[in-house]
Design a protein around this ligand. Structure first.
Ligand code: NAP
Length: 293
């Protein structure tokens, strides 16, 4: 079994970012990312902190905007409008989920598609569906595709079964992998909570992607011998043996399936490492597209 770790692949992306950043800087341009955090959810705060830190490490202009949980929809849209007009900002990310009284979809639609480095604006999702390389693909699915590519796992002609149909992960990854070109050309099946007899479907997968949000959901009965497994899930479970009393696990029961797989991503240390790397890459690309470099 080969372990597909995220860190070394994320490093490859960061090295590319550094090269591209240096070219931009030499031409007098500084890529800028704004991250908007509403409320004080600890997990969201931690994600936003990591994004800000990575921007600074790479030398990008980083703006962190924190707003109270009771911000009105109008005031949040006004923040987006300001960032859309800000010449120093090339990428805008609104940390999800937003408090329940806010309309996430309207917020995403308000972001200038050219600055939508999270890739969730309808224009970018449309470009993804159309194989238009000028769009931005969502970061986690792009990270999964990059992991397959960098690990030398062929996708062309392979049957990929993705369990999960969220726009953020499953549906977007399906579009990426069924697209044309490198790291794509797969035959993709997308399963979800209404899929009948899931194990008989997932057992047909050459590459199985789990993006469900249920700890250890995928077990050996879901896999054929020699499958490649990409575990997108990040779930916190109780663990009295650990110092914090909990730990992170994936949607795949790693220990139970590892001997049946050709290759598998761990959790933590797998796909999760790729998301911020792809966000940095998208931000730098947004700047390049803006300045025509
Ligand atoms: P989500 O929006 O809740 O979507 C979950 C999907 O799983 C839905 O399509 C749902 O089907 C499907 N599902 C739920 N129960 C199922 C079942 N019993 N059988 C088959 N399908 C089932 O979650 P998400 O945002 O896509 O995230 C999925 C996981 O990835 C979570 O653990 C999340 O934390 C993780 N994640 C990780 C990263 C990262 O950076 N690594 C980024 C994003 C998300 P229905 O559509 O029918 O409800």
């Amino acid at each position: 079994m080969k372990l597909i770790e995220g860190a070394p692949i994320a490093e490859v992306v960061y090295r590319e970012c550094e090269t591209s950043f240096a070219e931009l800087k030499a031409a007098g341009h500084l890529p800028g990312l704004a991250v908007v955090l509403v409320g004080d959810d600890p997990a969201s705060k931690a994600y936003v902190g990591s994004k800000d830190r990575k921007c600074r490490e790479l030398g990008l202009h980083s703006v962190k905007i924190e707003k109270p949980a009771d911000i009105s929809q109008g005031d949040l849209l006004a923040v987006i409008d300001e960032l859309n007009a800000d010449e120093a900002i090339h990428g805008i990310l609104v940390q999800m989920p937003l408090p329940r009284h806010l309309d996430e979809e309207e917020v995403i639609r308000r972001i200038d598609p050219a600055k939508d480095v999270d890739g969730l604006h309808p224009v970018n999702l449309g470009k993804l569906a159309m194989d238009d390389p000028t769009g931005f693909a969502p970061c986690t699915p792009s990270g999964c595709q990059r992991m397959l590519l960098e690990s030398g796992i062929e996708t062309e002609g392979k049957h990929v079964v993705i369990v999960g149909r969220s726009l953020l992960v499953g549906k977007s990854l399906a579009l990426l992998l069924m697209g044309k070109g490198k790291g794509a050309n797969a035959t993709v099946t997308v399963a979800h909570s209404r899929t009948k007899d899931l194990p008989s479907l997932t057992r047909q997968a050459d590459i199985l992607v789990a993006a469900i949000g249920i700890p250890h959901f995928i077990g050996p009965d879901h896999l054929k011998e020699g499958a490649v497994v990409i575990d997108v899930g990040i779930n916190r479970i109780d663990d009295p043996a650990s110092k914090s009393g909990s730990r992170l696990v994936g949607d795949v029961d790693f220990e139970a399936v590892k001997d049946k797989c050709e290759a598998i991503t761990p959790v933590p240390g797998g796909v999760g490492r790729m998301t911020i790397a792809m966000l940095m890459a998208n931000t730098i690309r947004a700047c390049r597209l803006k300045v025509g470099l």
